[in-house]
Ligand binder design. Structure first.
Ligand code: ADP
Ligand code: TYD
Length: 189
C-alpha cells in the first residue's frame, strides 16, 4: 500500500515520519523530491533557486517524481510505502497551472501510480508563522506565508476532488495526538 504524507513546509511531516519508522519498521520510507540519486541532484538545483522559469521548476519536480516512481514506488507496491510528499505537492505548488492539466502530467510521471491513502497535515496561519520563524527558509519558503497558505488550500482542493482515501489532520495538535490519528488511518483496511 502506498501512503503519502502531505503538508506545506513545517506542517510536521518529518516529525511524524521519524515516529512512523518505529511503528512500521518493515515499511519503505521515501520522499519527494530527493528519494533517488537523481532526485537528490534535482532537489538541490530546485532549493538553490537555479530554475528561473516556474515551468522549468515544475518539470524538475516531475522528473524527480518519474524517477522516484520507477526506482522506488513500482518495485515496492507489494509493501507498505510511506512517502514524504507526492503528486499532491506537485499540483499544489505549481500554483499558476491548471489542476486538470497537472493531474494528467502527474499521471504520466507516475505511470498512473498515485497513493492509495493521503494524509494532509493542515496548519493554521498563526502556527505557520510561528514555525517558519524558527528555521532558515529555503528559496520556496522565502516566497512567504500567503504563498504557502494558498498552496495548502490547493492541496485540500485537489485531495477533496480526487477519488483517493484521505484524512486531514490539524497539524497544531500535540505530536502524539497526530501520531495516533495517522497510525489508525494507515492501519485501517
Ligand atoms: N505537532 C507539533 N506541535 C508543535 N510543533 C511541531 C509539531 N510537529 C512538528 N513540530 C515542529 O515544527 C517544525 C517543523 O516540523 P517538521 O516535521 O520539520 O515539518 P515538515 O517536515 O513538514 O517541514 C519542527 O521544529 C518541529 O519540531
Ligand atoms: C514534491 C514537491 C515539493 N515542492 C516543494 C515543497 C518544499 O517547499 C520543497 C521541498 O523541500 P523539502 O525540504 O524536501 O520539503 P519540506 O520543506 O517540506 O521538508 O519543494 C514543490 O514545489 N513541488 C513538488 O512537486
Amino acid at each position: 500500500m502506498y501512503v503519502s504524507i502531505e503538508g506545506i513546509d513545517t506542517a510536521g511531516k518529518s516529525t511524524q515520519l521519524d515516529i512512523l519508522r518505529n511503528k512500521f519498521p518493515d515499511a519503505i520510507f521515501t520522499k519527494e523530491p530527493g528519494g533517488t540519486a537523481l532526485g537528490i541532484k534535482l532537489r538541490q538545483m530546485i532549493l538553490n533557486g537555479e530554475a528561473n522559469s516556474n515551468i522549468a521548476e515544475m518539470f524538475l519536480f516531475l522528473a524527480d517524481r518519474a524517477e522516484h516512481t520507477k526506482e522506488i514506488i513500482i518495485p515496492n507496491l507489494d509493501k507498505l510505502i510511506i512517502s514524504d510528499r507526492s503528486f499532491i505537492s506537485g499540483i499544489a505548488y505549481a500554483l499558476e497551472e491548471n489542476i486538470e492539466k497537472l493531474i494528467e502530467l502527474n499521471k504520466l510521471a507516475t505511470q498512473n501510480n498515485f497513493p492509495n491513502k493521503i494524509i494532509l497535515l493542515e496548519l493554521s496561519k498563526d502556527e505557520l508563522i510561528n514555525r517558519l520563524s524558527k528555521k532558515k527558509n529555503d528559496s520556496i519558503e522565502q516566497r512567504g506565508i500567503d504563498y504557502l497558505l494558498s498552496i495548502q488550500s490547493r492541496m485540500k482542493e485537489v485531495i477533496k476532488n480526487i477519488n483517493i482515501n484521505h484524512i486531514i489532520i490539524d497539524a497544531s495538535e500535540k505530536i502524539e495526538v497526530i501520531e495516533k490519528q495517522i497510525e489508525d488511518f494507515v492501519d485501517a483496511k
